[in-house]
Design a protein around this ligand. Structure first.
Ligand code: ADP
Ligand code: MG
Length: 297
């Protein structure tokens, strides 16, 4: 087991930020820690990395008990905190070399990490001159310097523009290939894009823990489609594998299918064969979305 969280409770004064949280993560997994703002994600991550203590319970990282072997546990963890605190007046390379010296990591290794996270063109700049996306790369590089087995990333994509978002997600996937990764987000689609598994937290409690492949397997496929003409419900109902048909307004329909097969082309063929044009078509992953809504609203 790479990360083991046993019955963690955290009180901030009277407030219970975490209530008997338990889960474990195997070596090599990329796990999304999903929950709305205030759910307790950062609190748990600070406990996992030894920055704050739990009120009750135990945490093991790489088989080291955080209470008794904190330094050993921390050596196996790379941590990108929320809001990524950086020294803005330092140069990228200077900052990373400074961090490397703390971990007794060589300058050659720093160069390798700079290349790995795609920072080479910006390495001579001051951190204050970098975009948010590149600042996140600096944070990620700093977390990777001592070659930890475990990466704890607290909302690494929050505040990024759509291009940066995709780049950082891909980078997480790439560096996650030979690491165990727990990363938090309040964005459901993020989990689908990056993870093997999702742990859903709400109000300080774990409310779901699912493998994404399993979720995908028994998921309902939902297609929203708009035709150029009004059609009768009985007519639409001829499409195969339909579980339900709902008319949202005149020419727009929500079609729910109970098959793994991608039904978009079937809907296109249906339209074509019946002389209809499709003005709009979108698909949705019902399961993760409904899971999220069910447990967090
Ligand atoms: P998340 O990261 O999921 O948004 P947090 O772990 O930051 O959630 O916060 C969980 C709850 O604990 C929130 O209600 C927050 O206001 C509270 N909280 C977090 N840090 C502190 C603190 N240092 N002192 C008091 N309350 C806190
Ligand atoms: Mg947070």
């Amino acid at each position: 087991m790479c990360i083991e969280v046993k019955n963690i409770t955290k009180l901030y004064g009277e407030q219970k930020a975490l209530n008997a949280v338990s889960f474990s993560i195997n070596k090599g997994e990329i796990v999304g820690f999903l929950g709305p703002n205030g759910a307790g994600k950062s609190t748990l991550m600070k406990i996992l990395t030894g920055f704050i203590n739990a009120s009750e319970g135990q945490v093991f990282v790489s088989n080291f008990n955080l209470n008794t072997h904190k330094i050993e546990a921390q050596k196996s963890i790379g941590y990108l905190p929320e809001h990524n605190p950086l020294y803005l007046e330092m140069y990228v390379k200077e900052y990373l070399q400074f961090n490397a010296s703390i971990h007794k990591v060589s300058k050659a290794e720093v160069e390798k990490i700079i290349a790995k996270v795609g920072l080479a063109p910006e390495a001579h700049k001051k951190i204050s001159q970098l975009s948010k996306g590149f600042r996140q790369r600096v944070g990620l590089a700093a977390a990777l310097l001592h070659n930890p087995d475990v990466l704890i990333l607290d909302e690494p994509t929050t505040g990024l523009d759509p291009n940066q978002l995709v780049e950082i997600r891909n980078l997480i996937k790439e560096v996650g290939k030979d690491k165990t990764v727990l990363f938090s987000t309040h964005i459901m689609q993020e989990v689908e894009a990056v993870c093997d598994r999702v742990i859903l937290i709400n109000n300080g409690e774990i409310v779901a823990d699912k493998n994404l492949n399993e979720l995908k397997k028994n998921q309902e496929q939902i297609i929203e489609v708009e035709f150029d003409f009004k059609v009768e419900k009985q007519f639409i109902s001829k499409i195969s594998h339909l579980k339900s048909v709902n008319n949202i307004h005149d020419t727009s329909w929500v079609l729910t299918f109970d098959t793994e097969k991608d039904m978009r082309s079937v809907v296109f063929d249906f339209a074509h064969d019946n002389g209809l044009k499709i003005l709009n078509l979108t698909t949705k992953n019902k399961n993760l979305e409904s899971l999220f809504r069910e447990f967090t609203s």
